[in-house]
Design a protein around this ligand. Structure first.
Ligand code: ZN
Length: 156
């Protein structure tokens, strides 16, 4: 899968150069509530991966606030991540889900993730060991953060 985003190190000032609100200016992913929910989702995937279980976890965002983290467990087969069903309401602004850190699982947004973003006309976010990715409503992929250090970044 071609992915130009991986060829670059994105600086905070480069966040979402083409993205629409609410992710413009890096606002959403810098919110403590968003980071807490992302951390919670990631831990579910990480712990289950240690048990060799593929689990996607995630949450939707409405009115600038993350909803409850939910999870979906796939089979033990490599590559079967058990896609997480997420319900989009009219006020849903974006949805984040994890790609588990199990061998054979791509950390980047999948073709299905791109299709969902285009269908919902809203950004879709994917969190994996490779970092945080965003697919915008037009289907363009951006790597927002490399790696997972941003989850622990303290607000200045
Ligand atoms: Zn996905």
């Amino acid at each position: 899968m071609p992915n130009d985003a991986l060829a670059h190190d994105f600086l905070p000032s480069d966040l979402f150069p083409q993205a629409e609100w609410p992710t413009a200016n890096g606002a959403l992913e810098n919110q403590p509530q968003f980071r807490d929910a992302a951390t919670q989702a990631w831990k579910i995937s990480e712990v289950n991966a240690m048990r060799k279980q593929n689990t996607e976890a995630g949450f939707t965002v409405a009115d600038g606030k993350p909803n409850t983290v939910t999870q979906s467990t796939g089979s033990m087969r490599a590559g079967d991540v058990g896609n997480l069903p997420q319900v989009w309401y009219s006020n849903t602004e974006t949805a984040l889900h994890t790609h588990p850190p199990t061998p054979g699982t791509d950390g980047r947004p999948s073709p299905d993730d791109v299709a969902i973003a285009k269908r919902q006309k809203k950004p879709v976010m994917v969190l994996s060991k490779d970092g945080l990715f965003e697919v915008d409503a037009q289907g363009n992929m951006t790597q927002v953060y490399k790696g997972l250090d941003w989850l622990n970044k303290k607000k200045k």
